[in-house]
Write a protein that binds this ligand. Structure first.
Ligand code: GRF
Length: 187
């Protein structure tokens, strides 16, 4: 099996990235993490690029034409699949056009509920019964592309933002690799 050359975009802690790197070392996992793009030079997740010796680039998203730099490196590393894992920037139409149905994102809520930021505080305020995570394709609208996998759990009365985040992330570590396997199952 030829593994798809994949780029993971991050902005912060990178725990999903770490999980994916480890999963992708499995011979039968369909992708190889060939490049990491980060828009925050202080992001902890960059350490995983260094530790696992994966090429990475830091982009300054306030620079004009920074997406040209991204496109240049995606091409250079022959990237055919993109995973957004905690990347806190909207992807441009141009990049989406280049990678139609080839970009996925992991979001910490049961979409279409709670698009955007601060999902856990909004869930608590709203007295939600369930929380969870969603892996979806990326399109031009924020957190709106079609769902690949969703994993729910019931919220306990004593859950707070911190416990919701921990429980959600535990599910994310399953949902993201499972989604990738599902996408490439028949290829
Ligand atoms: C995840 O919870 C993901 O749902 C959201 O950002 C978080 C990233 O966490 N989009 P990490 O950087 O992978 O630890």
């Amino acid at each position: 099996m030829v593994k798809k050359k994949t780029c993971v975009f991050i902005s912060g802690k990178g725990s999903n990235l770490k999980n994916l790197i480890i999963r992708s070392r499995d011979n039968i996992f369909p992708v190889k993490i060939s490049l990491i793009i980060c828009n925050n030079k202080k992001a902890y997740g960059v350490n995983y690029a260094k530790k696992y010796k994966i090429p990475y680039i830091i982009v300054n998203t306030s620079a004009r034409l920074y997406e040209n730099k991204i496109l240049f490196y995606l091409k250079k590393y022959k990237i055919s699949f993109i995973c957004l894992a905690g990347y806190m920037r909207i992807i441009s139409k141009n990049l989406i056009k280049h990678y139609q149905k080839k970009i996925i994102n992991i979001h910490p809520s049961l979409l279409p509920k709670f698009k955007g930021l601060n999902t856990f505080s909004r869930m608590i305020k709203n007295d939600e019964i369930k929380a969870g995570c969603t892996v979806h394709y990326v399109n031009e609208k924020l957190d709106s592309g079609s769902t690949i996998i969703q994993k729910p759990f019931y919220i306990n009365q004593n859950d707070d933002e911190k416990t919701l985040k921990t429980k959600t992330q535990k599910l994310e570590y399953k949902a993201l690799p499972e989604s990738i396997i599902k996408i490439f199952r028949n290829t």
